[in-house]
Design a protein around this ligand. Structure first.
Ligand SMILES: Nc1nc2c(ncn2[C@@H]2O[C@@H]3COP(=O)(O)O[C@H]4[C@@H](O)[C@H](n5cnc6c(=O)[nH]c(N)nc65)O[C@@H]4COP(=O)(O)O[C@H]3[C@H]2O)c(=O)[nH]1
Length: 861
């Protein structure tokens, strides 16, 4: 049975609903057509039958009519023939008066009975009395009839004895006629005595014309009875008038009820068929439309089933391939399904946990999971973070999504997000903290500061911000390496954190820059005590492996609401104060003051003026001659830039070089100096070199080599006559990079000289490692020479060192004859200073050079 059903289903699925519907409908239509054909055939058969019956009846009644006619004529002829008076007046003697005139047997035969012929044939077969159509005529019966009726006459005489008349149909001139004949006898009249002669015979002739036949037919319900035409003669039901067909037959006009029935029935069937056709057409249309819809639904159902199957397969694949596990619970919160991944992810047994409460497995921070699932109108797309303990006893975090099932219960997925959550926490922490020291970073500082400022600090309860920068940290980093620098920063960070109270904030916002936010400082005494503590704490030696490192700090202080109520402003003011603290000699602190800001503004104005100055030729180049100490010969000159400010007059480089360095204008400025210095020096005598100062910033820009090369090419000066002065901060910032640049510069053929030697930390080591050609002893040594014997020794040592390293040693700041004498004594190579010559403008220097040349010429002469 199921097989049968399946095969039917297959057959059904093989054929569309449309074709099925059409096939069924066509069968139905064929059936209906069959019914209609059958009905029509039946109707035709019935009609034929009816017609046949009608014919049979008509024939029957026609015969009846004939018989009735015969009977009537027999009766009539009998009445007149077997009558004593008739015997006396028509046989014994023929008395026309009695018969015709007195109308005993005369015209009434025609007028009453319609017999056209009345004849009396005597015993010699002669017609003795004849009335034709009611008129007395002397005509032989055989003549009038056109034929002999001897047989009829004889048969009538034969019946005389028994008084039996006779009838016979004859044909008279093509029309039938019924002849009734009877022997004239005395009948029952006792007065009339029969003679011996053969009896005379009374003959009535009834000519059956059309009108008479029709009338007769009507009496018997036969329509238009008439003599059959030759065609009708062959009809099955034509009634012959005698055995002799030559006499003719009678026929009638059939009412053909069958035909009438057909006339009514067939159109009805036709109309019914038409209606059925219309209905079928309508049904076909509806069925087609319905079937099309059904087909479409079926196709859609099939594609839905296909999609469902694909979706199921996809779901299966995803469930198996995904790292998530799938769960289902019933209305009692009991786990009814756990996917295979559950074991792989959690290590827990599926079998053991199936049937257990989900609350025993998972917990949320918001309460039990079942409570969360029960939240009315809970959005199904929102997931919840749950915790569980895996097989190894570790707490894991999973993100759970849940949807209510149409029955009762829930199902969903669980994604292990432990790593993700930890990574997020870490990222969150890192986004707010400095990776090296773990201190809050600039972002956290900003948040903290905003929060504190929103609380509106008061003058009595101010918010204090300390901007702290380490002094002497860079050399540590550069000389001892970044690892050592990191250790120092870590140590400093923890010392700073130790100095503040809980609720305060210590943030690291740059390499060696820190910001402290203090909220519970009631007086400047407290603030300063803290600053002292901070500096003391930082100044304590920091042990790094086997050596100790010393750093210090400068602090700038700004307060809210006194100085500002905006975080950015407060930071800026604390920075300004820090700048002042550093300018004040470091290792100290400064409160922000309004005029500091003025100074900053002033500095900004200068920066903008300087930008204009470089472009508009306000810079001037001075040259300070450098002499050989041994013989007092000029060997070269140092190019020193000045700024001829339209309002402020001549401005010293000490004022604007730092501004140029900070604003980035230094490159444009230095280009101008290099080009001017080299093109001027190119015109000097060949034995004079020019020395140009380079800023440490220029070493970091990357294209110093190209710039110098271009300057040399443009000016055409011999590179050997160009000396570049750099300070040791160039090496402090990036020793490896500086070495690379210096080596490249040396390839150009220029000389490199270390400026301000003796003021830094590690000049000696740099001197050995870098390709210097000379060094310039900082003028601070010469300033103190007269009062400090140590400095004399140092100068002597530096000169000795320079000689040992084959460097040209130049003393700067020779202000007195004594300085010169001393330098001569220690065999210092070269010197420059006010005592020998102040820096000169181009014209003055050219004049000096010219004068020097002339005196040299004179001396040589
Ligand atoms: N007290 C005293 N001072 C003397 C004596 N002899 C020379 N000086 C001054 O000492 C400075 C020597 O230049 P510096 O050490 O390279 O120091 C220079 C140099 O570092 C920088 N500088 C000057 N011109 C340029 C330049 O074109 N480019 C760069 N990057 N820096 C420059 O500005 C600094 C100051 O330059 P200046 O004001 O011209 O000051 C010059 C000079 O006028 C003396 O006997 N006694």
């Amino acid at each position: 049975m199921p097989n049968n059903l399946a095969s039917i289903a297959n057959r059904l699925t093989d054929r569309s609903s449309l074709s099925l519907a059409r096939a069924s409908l066509f069968k139905f239509v064929a059936l209906l057509a069959g019914v209609f054909v059958l009905a029509s055939v039946s109707l035709v058969y019935l009609a034929n039958d009816l017609d046949r019956t009608e014919e049979v009846e008509s024939a029957f009644y026609t015969k009846k009519a004939m018989q009735s006619l015969e009977k009537s004529m027999l009766s009539t002829v009998r009445d007149y023939a077997f009558w004593g008076d008739a015997y006396r007046h028509l046989h014994v003697e023929v008395d026309a008066d009695w018969a015709f005139v007195r109308q005993n047997i005369g015209p009434t035969i025609y007028s009453d009975f319609g017999f056209q012929g009345l004849f009396v044939v005597n015993d010699a077969n002669r017609t003795v009395y004849s009335v034709i159509k009611g008129e007395l005529k002397a005509v032989e019966v055989s003549q009038w009839l056109g034929q002999s009726i001897t047989a009829i006459v004889d048969q009538a005489r034969a019946g005389a004895e028994t008084e039996t008349p006779t009838t016979a149909f004859i044909n008279v001139n093509g029309a039938p006629a019924l002849v009734a004949a009877a022997a004239i006898t005395p009948g029952t009249d006792p007065t009339a005595v029969a003679d011996e002669r053969p009896a005379s015979v009374l003959i009535f002739v009834n000519l059956l014309n059309s009108a008479k036949l029709e009338l007769m037919g009507n009496d018997f319900g036969v329509t238009r009875l008439h003599v059959a035409t030759p065609d009708e003669m062959s009809a099955a039901f034509a009634v012959p008038l005698s055995d002799n067909a030559a006499i003719g037959s009678l026929y009638w006009t059939s009412s053909r009820p069958g035909l009438r029935l057909l006339g009514i029935g067939l159109p009805l069937i036709g109309i019914a068929a038409l209606l059925v056709c219309l209905m079928t057409w309508a049904i076909l249309r509806r069925t087609t439309a319905g079937a099309l819809v059904l087909d479409a639904s079926y196709a859609s159902l099939q594609s839905s089933q296909q999609a469902l199957a694909t979706s199921e397969a996809r779901f299966r694949d995803v469930v198996e391939a995904s790292s998530d596990w799938v769960w289902e619970i019933d209305a009692d919160w009991r786990l009814t399904f756990l996917s295979e991944r559950f074991e792989a992810v959690t290590g827990l047994s599926r079998t053991a946990w199936t049937g257990a409460s989900i609350d025993d497995l998972l917990s949320t921070e918001l309460g039990t999971l079942s409570q969360w699932l029960s939240i009315p109108n809970r959005r199904p797309d929102i997931s919840v973070q749950c915790r569980y303990v895996d097989i190894k006893g570790r707490e894991r975090i999973t993100r759970l999504s849940a949807r209510e099932m149409s029955g009762e219960g829930f199902r969903g997925t669980a994604t292990d997000v432990t790593e993700e959550v930890e990574a997020r926490r870490r990222i969150e922490f890192l986004s707010q903290h400095d990776a090296l020291t773990g201190l809050p970073n600039r972002t956290r500082l900003q948040e903290f500061l905003d929060g504190k400022l929103k609380a509106l600090p008061t003058v009595e309860q101010p918010l204090v911000m300390l901007s702290l920068d380490l002094d002497r940290f860079k050399p540590v980093n550069d000389l001892l390496g970044h690892a050592a620098g990191d250790l120092v920063l870590n140590e400093v960070s923890s010392r700073l954190a130790d100095c503040v109270r809980e609720g305060d904030l210590v943030a690291r916002i740059g390499g060696d820059e820190f910001v402290l936010i203090l909220t519970d400082m009631n007086s400047s005494v407290e603030v300063e005590a803290l600053c002292r503590r901070l500096i003391d704490s930082i100044e304590r030696p920091i042990a790094l492996d086997e050596q100790e490192v010393f750093v210090s700090a400068s602090i700038g202080i700004a307060m809210a609401p006194t100085d500002a109520l905006e975080a950015a402003e407060l930071l800026r003011y604390a920075d300004i104060a820090l700048y002042e603290a550093k300018a004040a000699g470091r290792n100290t602190w400064r409160y922000y003051a309004g005029d500091m800001n003025v100074r900053i503004i002033e500095r900004r104005r200068l920066e903008s003026d300087l930008r204009f100055a470089i472009k508009n030729n306000e810079l001037r180049l001075y040259f300070q001659p450098r002499y050989s100490i041994a013989d007092g010969r000029m060997v070269g000159a140092e190019a020193l830039v000045r700024w001829q400010h339209p309002e402020r007059g001549l401005i010293s480089p000490d004022t604007f070089i730092p501004i140029a360095e900070e604003s980035g204008l230094i490159l444009a400025l230095s280009n101008w100096v290099l080009n001017t210095a080299c093109s001027q020096a190119a015109q000097w005598p060949q034995h004079l070199f020019v020395s140009v100062n380079l800023s440490p910033i220029e070493f970091k820009t990357g294209n110093l080599f190209e710039r110098i090369q271009k300057t040399l090419n443009n000016s055409g000066i011999d590179p050997a006559r160009v000396e570049l002065e750099i300070t040791e901060s160039v090496m402090l910032d990036d020793a490896a990079g500086a070495l690379e640049v210096m080596k490249n510069l040396k390839r150009l053929g220029v000389r490199i000289c270390m400026d301000d030697f003796g003021t830094g930390y590690s000049s000696l080591s740099y001197l050995r490692a870098f390709p210097f050609d000379g060094l310039k002893i900082d003028r601070s040594f010469l300033n103190r020479l007269e009062e400090n014997d140590d400095d004399k020794t140092i100068v002597q040592a530096i000169v000795g060192l320079g000689r040992a390293l084959s460097l040209t040693v130049t003393a700067e700041g020779i202000e007195t004859a004594e300085h010169l004498k001393l330098l001569k004594a220690v065999s210092c190579d070269e010197g420059q200073g006010y005592f020998l010559s102040r820096p000169l403008d181009i014209d003055a220097f050219d004049a000096l050079v010219e004068a020097a040349d002339m005196s040299a010429d004179k001396s040589s002469v």
